[in-house]
Ligand binder design. Structure first.
Ligand code: FES
Length: 373
């Protein structure tokens, strides 16, 4: 019966329906050809999977969770991974990286994912998400990436989160609790004040249901004298040395935690960390930057005064190297440098002069450089 109905439809309508099914598994074209999606150019559609905003939940005063329904051909993810989203704001395309906050089980069961996004002061995209993005809109979703992932075997765990750094850890905790993981897991969650706890109900419900999960909230700015994470906080976690440790938060917290863990004799191999925002750039004042970059495979040369990274330079030359986050997190832009020195914009450190892999998005030439692109 269905087949007969399709036979009578105009070819154009059939094409729209086919595209609709590819995008959303739905018959009605109007459901996905909304004003935002109409602006997508063909390249955009190839790189990104359309994802409809089904619900928006206000977590705290400055944090929202987007419940998204990506088109079914999206490849899914592992707990702890990141994803790029692409939006058009005032006709300009913007790409940003966020961690997925839901568990892969939700994607498998319902075809839904969540992103939990904090408003950043001055942030173009996060402010747009908070002020303009509405239920029913469609955004572009890239494929998931990142190796901040749970160990394959059950093992005691410690999660250390700061602020919206809880996002990938939420996904991990939901994955562990849904699987009934038996190994002990502890979460130390640093927030400015108790009001800044993201997903409190969810976290408390998980801890109540799973006696092997302990939850400790540290409110750093609850009183006039700041209360920072201490060595004692970490030392109070039973069997600390035998736990795999996952941390995500601001740079200051991560540095403090790393120094304390080191002082407590924790093997650095057990510590896994990721960022929830671009790590701050190092000061490159006084560093002699700039040079001519030869893109060897394409036989193109571009020079810069030191104000552009290799990815920007390649794109300015008309090349299209792979990239993901454009902020040094995902390594998707890694390429072989065959000669010359580059400076890592995040660490301020110089590479060696010879052959090695460099991240194009955070590498700035220092003198002549040759890249296999
Ligand atoms: S694009 Fe992600 S590290 Fe360069």
């Amino acid at each position: 019966m269905l087949a007969r109905q399709h036979e009578h439809k105009a070819p154009q309508k059939r094409a729209l329906q086919w595209l609709g099914k590819q995008l959303f598994n739905r018959e009605d074209p109007a459901a996905f050809f909304d004003p935002l999606l109409e602006q997508l150019n063909p390249m955009w559609v190839q790189e990104y999977t359309p994802a409809r905003v089904e619900r928006i939940l206000q977590e705290t005063a400055d944090t929202r969770t987007l419940v998204l329904k990506p088109a079914r051909h999206w490849s899914g993810f592992e707990a702890g991974q990141h994803v790029n989203i692409c939006t058009e704001i005032d006709g300009v395309r913007h790409q940003r990286t966020f961690s997925l906050s839901s568990s892969p089980a939700l994607w498998h069961a319902q075809g839904r994912i969540t992103l939990t996004i904090k408003r950043l002061p001055g942030g173009r995209v996060t402010n747009w998400i908070h002020d303009e993005l509405e239920t029913g809109a469609v955004i572009g979703l890239g494929e998931a990436f990142g190796d901040f992932q749970l160990p394959a075997q059950a093992t005691p765990l410690l999660f250390l989160a700061g602020g919206s750094g809880i996002t990938p850890i939420l996904s991990m905790l939901e994955t562990l609790t849904a699987a009934g993981a038996s190994a002990p897991a502890a979460l130390l969650y640093c927030v400015r004040t108790e009001k800044d706890v993201i997903a409190r109900e969810k976290l408390e419900a998980m801890a109540a249901r799973h006696p092997n999960l302990t939850l400790t909230v540290i409110a750093t700015n609850a009183t006039d004298s700041p209360r920072y994470l201490t060595e004692a906080d970490l030392a109070s976690v039973p069997g600390l040395q035998d736990r795999e440790i996952y941390m995500c938060g601001p740079g200051g917290l991560m540095d403090l935690a790393l120094a304390s863990l080191d002082a407590l004799g924790v093997d650095a191999q057990r510590v896994h960390k990721t960022f929830f925002a671009a790590p701050g750039a190092a000061s490159l004042d006084g560093t002699d930057l700039g040079g001519t970059v030869r893109f060897a495979k394409s036989e193109l040369e571009v020079s810069s005064e030191g104000d552009a990274n290799l990815l920007d330079m390649a794109e300015a030359a008309g090349l299209s190297p792979s990239y993901g986050c454009r902020m040094g997190i995902c390594h998707q832009c890694s390429c072989k440098k065959t000669s010359g020195t580059v400076i890592n914009r995040l660490t301020g450190k110089a590479s060696g002069p010879g052959e090695e892999n460099v991240q194009l998005c955070i590498s700035v030439p220092q003198g002549p450089v040759t890249i296999e692109v």
